[in-house]
Design a protein around this ligand. Structure first.
Ligand code: TYD
Ligand code: MG
Length: 452
């Protein structure tokens, strides 16, 4: 028997090695390298033996390239269209990631059922009956959606060749396996191979393919990072499983901006598109509490509204306590010193506790203003209006400094239904016709007059 060909892959980053080693040299993770069997016959394209495509592409001048066929497919779902940048691009591969149980299957089944095109929904996770039961909860009237429960890519392509669907949905990429690779489904080499076959299929037939991807416990899409490089669009479905609201973001989009956000509400009958996001804030509105302020921060490219909570109380011991969770304690001390010097607050005799809700850690300096606002609010015991938010850095002399991408933050705050955003006077803002009020401030003293 011929010797099986094996290679070693890092399960974290997907780097390939010829022999085992304890630490991955690429991502520096320990014990992530495992052996996988790879066996590749000469042809591994999606049509395998059927045809050997020998198309050779020629260079073309950029204005000779025909884009007339690239009209986007409207997915009927407004939020999904928006996040994609206007609809599905023919021949594109979209990857949808998210925590288990967040509603990925529900979202894509619901879209498949609503689509006016012939759709093939391939599930490797659920049986036909389970899918039918789910579909009945969502929308029973449809006759464009075909369901296939299959995990072998060669069989899937066979069905696709017979059915010729306009859109293919795969739930999920980690359950697929290809005959050309020996290792088990969900391993790095299988994911790579199955995705490569699907990309070839999508590009050659101009059929959009949507993949569901599992995520690991630290929030990344399971499988190699290369999966995210291979696909055209990476979407992330997030939200708290115990709450009803879900947010769809795009982390990467070759055909549109990554700033768009889609909001859904999980109901008994599937996901409802939330076109007016301020209703989320209103529905969550309890009593206004002192010491809470919302910061419009950016996490990488993504805007994120974060709640900052502060508690200021009289120090019981001689030395006042300062404690910060999710925020740099040194920076907190600096902000307190600025407040003391510039705004006349005698915080030296007070304990200050600061907490960023949701267990996140924020490095973005734009959170400074919200930290100061929450401290002032707790100190005075006056609640800030819940639809206020803040985005500015604070300098040592008490000046309110501009932050990067302020317009993106303003648009996010507006989208999420905030009434006023406090930003630095020195930020250049060319936005016109915003519904949200943009309050410009230049000194830390200004904020006291405005909020207290
Ligand atoms: P699911 O789509 O199976 O999650 P994923 O594919 O991301 O793992 O979502 C399952 C959850 O959604 C489940 O906890 C029940 C809930 N759900 C509803 O509340 N209403 C519905 O109409 C449906 C179909 C699901
Ligand atoms: Mg699922």
């Amino acid at each position: 028997m011929a010797k099986l060909k094996t290679t070693f892959f890092c399960q974290n980053c997907g780097s390939q090695y010829s022999k085992w080693q304890g630490q991955c040299t690429a991502c520096k993770e320990w014990n992530t390298i495992t052996e996988e069997v790879i066996q590749k016959p000469e042809k591994s394209d999606w049509k395998a033996a059927a045809t050997s495509s020998k198309r050779i592409s020629k260079p073309l001048k950029i204005n000779e390239i025909d884009t007339s066929q690239e009209a986007r497919l409207n997915t009927v779902d407004e939020e999904f269209n928006r996040v994609l940048g206007g609809g599905l691009v023919p021949g594109s591969l979209t990857l949808l990631g998210g925590e288990p149980g967040i509603g990925k299957s529900t979202l894509l089944l619901q879209i498949s059922l609503k689509l006016p095109f012939k759709t093939l929904y391939v599930s490797g996770e659920e049986s036909m009956k389970q899918i039918k039961m789910r579909a009945e909860r969502i929308n029973p009237n449809t006759n464009n959606c075909y369901i296939l429960t299959e995990t072998k890519t060669q069989n899937i392509f066979k069905q696709i060749t017979d059915l010729e669907p306009d859109i293919v949905v795969i739930d999920s990429i980690q359950t697929l396996h290809s005959d050309y690779i020996e290792s088990s489904a969900g391993s790095i080499s299988q994911i790579k191979e199955c995705t490569t076959e699907l990309i070839k299929f999508a590009k050659e037939t101009s059929t959009p393919v949507i993949l569901i991807g599992h995520i690991t416990k630290d929030g990344h899409i399971a499988g190699p990072k290369i999966l995210e490089h291979m696909v055209d669009t990476v979407l992330q479905f997030e939200g708290d499983r115990n709450h009803v609201f879900r947010i769809l973001r795009s982390n990467k989009n070759r055909f549109g901006s990554t700033n768009e956000l889609g909001i859904y509400e999980m109901q008994g009958s599937g996901l409802r598109e939330v076109s007016n996001p301020s209703e989320i804030l209103i529905s969550q509105k309890d009593d206004e509490l002192s010491g809470n302020a919302i910061a419009a921060t950016l996490e990488g490219m993504r805007p994120l509204m974060i709640e900052v909570q502060a508690l200021v109380s009289t120090a019981v011991y001689g030395t006042p306590q300062r404690s910060a969770t999710g925020f740099n304690a040194k920076r907190l001390n600096m902000l307190l010193a600025v407040l003391e010097k510039r705004a006349g607050f005698r915080l030296g005799a007070k304990d200050v506790f600061l907490n960023i809700t949701g267990g996140i850690t924020v490095d973005d300096p734009a959170i400074d203003l919200a930290v100061v606002a929450s401290i002032l609010s707790s100190n005075e015991d006056i609640a800030l209006q819940k639809d206020f938010c803040f985005a500015a850095e604070i300098g040592l002399s008490g000046e309110v400094r501009p932050v990067q991408r302020v317009e993106q933050r303003i648009l996010e705050a507006e989208k999420l239904g905030f009434s006023t955003i406090f930003v630095s006077k020195y930020n250049k803002i060319s936005l016109k016709n915003t519904v949200i009020k943009i309050q410009l401030i230049s000194k830390i003293e200004d904020i006291i007059d405005l909020i207290c």
